[in-house]
Design a protein around this ligand. Structure first.
Ligand code: PMV
Length: 306
């Protein structure tokens, strides 16, 4: 029997980059936006129907090995020779495509062994796999995607708390996620932030502390007074700019969102390309979406609401 498993997208509300080094992050799943991996009798790797080179297929094999609880078993040796990946999640854009791939693969690999992993064990396996794409990964992406819950996440020990959604549900607010026009490499940007630490350690410490504190305050605001998120989102974007991970494409979308009534707007994920999030009153949403110019990369905008 051919198996298939999927996983969702996510976005980071606050704590990107600071969570790699210390502290916490807050991230939310996008359950309707998904990536699926499906076994196939046709050898080779296809992504959205396009045959990929042998080097990509090799990377998927490395991922299997990293996730690898079962590479030596008969089930694993007898698995079908091909794989199809179908993704609605824009690649390399801060919406968790690599975490979704790792979670979906961890689900597929363990399902083939007859163990449907969920929760923490699934997240830990996916996190192991994500190091292939991110280098040093904090774990916030695979945990949010594996649990499909809004999480306040602590990187040091992977402890996490599912956030209460009630205040946000009644707030009349929503998040809009929009592409800045180009993809990014999380690994390269995380490395660049690490290099900045060497060059200007005091400034770096201040920024990382501020980002971490903002993430903690965001978790409180999300659960008690979501309109307060606007100020925290704007301050977080300012700090990320100072950390050198914004760019003109991101800042253009941030400016447009604020001009259209967003309470706050910031990059989400690693930055230097990728997606931007804005916090909007639902009443202002249609006007914003109807008037936005066609994005350079053709990516849709996504809305997160309860
Ligand atoms: O891959 P992205 O763009 O979702 O970035 C992940 C967030 C970082 O904090 C930059 C990296 C990490 O592992 O937490």
């Amino acid at each position: 029997m051919l198996l298939r498993r999927s996983a969702c997208a996510k976005f980071i509300l606050g704590g990107e980059h600071s969570v790699v080094h210390r502290g916490r992050a807050i991230a939310l799943p996008l359950p309707s936006l998904r990536l699926e991996v499906a076994e196939s009798e046709t050898p080779g790797l296809r992504v959205n129907g396009v045959v990929r080179p042998a080097s990509d297929a090799q990377k998927i094999e490395e991922l299997r090995t990293l996730i690898g609880r079962s590479t030596e078993t008969a089930n694993e040796r007898n698995r079908p020779p091909g794989l199809d990946i179908t993704s609605e999640i824009p690649l390399a854009s801060g919406l968790g495509s690599s975490a979704a791939l790792c979670v979906a693969m961890a689900r597929l690999v363990t399902a083939r062994e007859g163990q449907e992993l969920t929760g923490a064990p699934l997240a830990e396996l996916a996190w192991r796999g994500e190091s292939l794409f991110h280098g040093k990964s904090s774990g916030v992406d695979p945990w949010t995607v594996a649990l499909e819950q809004a999480l306040f996440f602590r990187a040091a020990d992977h402890s996490h708390r599912a956030l209460s959604l009630e205040s946000f549900r009644t707030s009349g607010l929503c998040f809009v996620l929009e592409s800045s026009g180009r993809p990014h490499s999380t690994k390269e940007i995380v490395e660049a932030v690490g290099e900045l630490r060497e060059k200007t350690p005091l400034i770096w410490e201040d920024l990382i502390d501020a980002l971490s504190t903002n993430a903690e305050n965001m978790a409180r605001a999300f659960e008690s007074d979501p309109a307060q998120l606007g100020r925290l989102i704007n301050d977080t974007h300012f700090r990320l700019q100072q950390l050198g991970v914004s760019d003109s494409g991101i800042d253009t979308v941030v400016g447009r969102m604020k001009d259209s009534g967003a309470l706050g707007a910031k990059l989400t994920g690693a930055g230097r390309g990728g997606f931007v999030l804005g916090l909007f009153h639902r009443a202002d949403l249609d006007a914003y979406l109807d008037n936005r110019p066609p994005p350079a990369d053709g990516c849709s905008a996504f809305v997160w609401e309860l």
